[in-house]
Design a protein around this ligand. Structure first.
Ligand SMILES: [Zn+2]
Length: 301
């Protein structure tokens, strides 16, 4: 979850006994504030989790998306990993809670810290466009974790088939810029990203994808620390990919509910669900595009 408007509270809660640890990932430095005595797990396990999450984000963006970031880990009495929130003002940083009794498996299976770090790689935009910030983080997070071997392609597509319907417009929907429900913000935004990714790949013979657009936006200074008009980001992304998909899709989906036939899209991509999991069909018309989105470790820059 992105909460840059709460940035003035960002340093509250820091404990005097918290130790600061520095790791280097993807050419960047990440300072981690943590009081490891609060957790059943040792400090090494927690630092490994931060490193692993940062490596997933680095794999997707081709580098860690900001030169310096801070991660403040707090303890909670419930659950595993929760309450992630990211900030741009005062430098890219996020706060996230870890359960006192969290296990190694809980940290290995966590998606939230990766989600928060993906927020670092896109500029802060007006509140009405919040769906693109959450949509990118929601869509990219499993792909990023797959790119470092944490998730399989079947798991990524299985989650998309399960969760993407939450992003479809409901009765009374006024388009992404004007419908600020949870479903439309997170999964409506993710649906926009999926549609953009598929369209860019169709139009470029699968040589470019949303990843190229997002890398270019980030390279141009588009980070959580910068306030940008959304159109500026999309123009840079379009120029680096197929020349127009992001702006065109935004024009279609920003102020109108756009129905998407997800069943048809999954069939085209060769994602077959049986209710338990998914099987991937390499003979499907868009199977190569599916593999391009999430099927191999893409190049590093
Ligand atoms: Zn978020």
């Amino acid at each position: 979850m992105l909460g840059r408007l709460l940035c003035t509270t960002a340093t509250m809660g820091l404990r005097a006994s918290s130790a600061s640890n520095r790791i280097m990932v993807g050419g960047s430095t990440i300072d981690i504030s943590i009081n490891s005595e609060q957790f059943d797990l040792g400090q090494t396990a927690l630092l490994d989790w931060v490193t692993r999450s940062a490596q997933a984000v680095t794999a997707y963006f081709g580098r860690f998306p900001v030169a310096h970031a801070r991660v403040h880990i707090t303890v909670s009495q419930h659950g595993r990993v929760s309450h992630g929130v990211s900030f741009g003002q005062g430098g890219a940083h996020c706060r996230i809670s870890v359960g006192q009794h969290a296990t190694l498996a809980d940290l290995y299976n966590d998606w939230e810290l990766t989600h928060e770090m993906i927020h670092f790689g896109f500029p802060s935009v007006e509140d009405r466009h919040h769906w693109i910030e959450e949509g990118i983080a929601t869509y990219v997070e499993p792909i990023a974790r797959a790119s470092v071997g944490i998730l399989s392609a079947e798991q990524v597509w299985g989650e998309m088939v399960r969760d993407m319907p939450q992003g479809l417009p409901q009765a009374g929907d006024l388009g992404l810029d004007h419908t600020h429900t949870w479903g439309r913000t997170y999964w409506g935004g993710a649906l926009f990203c999926l549609m953009a990714d598929v369209e860019i790949r169709k139009r470029t013979g699968n040589s470019k994808g949303l990843q190229d657009a997002l890398r270019a936006i980030n390279r141009a200074g588009g980070t959580i620390e910068a306030d940008w008009p959304l159109e500026r980001a999309f123009q840079i992304g379009d120029k680096a990919s197929d020349g127009g998909t992001l702006i065109t899709l935004y024009g279609q989906m920003s102020s109108k509910p756009v129905e998407v036939d997800l069943g048809h899209l999954w069939a085209q991509l060769g994602v077959r669900s049986d209710g338990q999991g998914v099987a991937l069909d390499d003979q499907a018309p868009l199977a190569a595009i599916r593999s391009g989105i999430c099927g191999f470790n893409k190049r590093r820059e």
